[in-house]
Write a protein that binds this ligand. Structure first.
Ligand code: NDP
Length: 325
């Protein structure tokens, strides 16, 4: 075996609010968890998860004056380490959950497995789909956002836009109209994908204006978004849209590639868990946070489900592992 041949009680894959909360709880239960936190990259699939790409977080309880996303995640990490969680800045490259102990690889997938585990907690999160325009990552949290619930409040009395034509985009536009003076919905085609009821609600909202056959093609602004350039997809003409905030709502993608063919998934690729639980279809494998949540997608709900996964893993070990009996 190239890595450790010690069989770990718990390996946690992912280090957003779910993974690190699971680490705090399992560390305090003396299970010496190993967290594979991921590797820094340009996407939200990175150590600390999506909060590393945000600025002010004002809805995480316990921080009456708000907290910066990266600072909040540093706090989670320090707290997990304080109780003995081992945190490795690597990405799992392959898992084999077909037999116990579960096998996890880092790096070379042809080599012997790097880690063996009695239980695995999967907290690999999800990513918001992005437009892929220049400076997108720099401007997230500086006028560009993927979460109306989180950031809408900052755009009081301003003109803003939402990109997308599905239920998410219209839900965000309706929500944002509580704060903003005007909400443009930028739709690339001449029709929406959203359900009729959401369409009716948006059409009835006097603050919402649809820009049909339109794409955002450039973000303009030095340190924060000042306006965007949009293209008319029918005649390719370019114009400026004066908005100080742009919400991208074109869908999400769970980070579940590693588990394809091994763990039951919903039609949209999110991991399936038992109702009210984090247990997956494989005994001893738990899924927490956004990787199994296509509905709430909040840091606090992810943290809550990380706690559930830790307690379920602990109880599973107590019931099934002689060393813990
Ligand atoms: P959807 O996949 O339903 O919609 C994505 C939208 O974004 C489409 O209008 C699509 O355009 C557009 N889009 C995709 N890529 C781009 C791009 N690169 N540039 C511009 N526009 C783009 O995703 P949602 O997140 O809206 O919804 C996901 C699921 O969740 C759906 O099943 C939805 O019904 C559900 N949901 C339900 C809610 C509710 O019931 N309250 C709330 C939110 C979501 P095009 O149509 O041209 O492909």
């Amino acid at each position: 075996m190239s890595g450790s041949d010690q069989v770990r009680d718990v390996v946690i894959i992912g280090s957003g609010p779910a993974g690190l909360t699971a680490a705090i709880y399992t560390a305090r239960a003396s299970l010496a968890p190993l967290v594979l936190e991921g590797e820094p990259s340009s996407t939200s699939d990175q150590p600390g998860g999506q909060l590393m790409l945000t600025t002010d977080v004002e809805n995480f309880p316990g921080f009456p004056d708000g907290v910066m996303g990266p600072e909040l995640m540093m706090g989670f990490k320090k707290q997990a380490e304080r109780f003995g969680a081992e945190i490795d800045t690597v990405k799992a490259s392959k898992v084999d959950l077909s037999e116990r102990p579960f096998k996890i690889w880092v790096g070379d997938t042809e080599a012997e497995p790097t880690h063996l585990a009695k239980t695995v907690i999967i907290s690999t999160g999800a990513q918001s789909l992005m437009l892929g325009l220049d400076r997108e990552n720099e401007l997230i949290g500086h006028g560009l956002s993927t979460c109306a619930t989180c950031d809408g409040f900052f755009f009081r009395d301003q003109d803003i836009a939402v990109v997308g034509g599905g239920d998410s985009a219209l839900e965000e536009a309706n929500f944002l109209s509580r704060f903003a003076s005007k909400v443009y919905v930028v739709v690339r085609r001449d029709e929406l994908r959203a359900s009729q009821i959401m369409q009716d609600r948006a059409h009835a909202n006097p603050k919402i204006e649809f820009l049909w056959n339109t794409s955002v093609v450039e973000y303009v602004g030095e340190t924060k978004l000042e306006h965007v350039k949009i293209k008319n997809n029918l005649d390719d003409s370019i114009s400026d849209l004066a908005v100080t905030g742009l919400f991208i709502a074109i869908g999400h993608k769970p980070n579940t590639g590693l588990f394809e063919g091994q763990i039951d998934m919903k039609d949209n690729g999110y991991l399936k868990t038992q109702p009210g639980k984090t247990a997956t279809n494989i005994e001893g494998v738990f899924a927490s946070g956004d990787v199994q949540d296509d509905y709430y997608r909040q840091a606090i709900t992810a943290a809550g489900s990380g706690c559930q996964a830790a307690l379920e893993a602990e109880r599973w070990l107590e019931a099934n592992d002689d060393a813990h009996a």
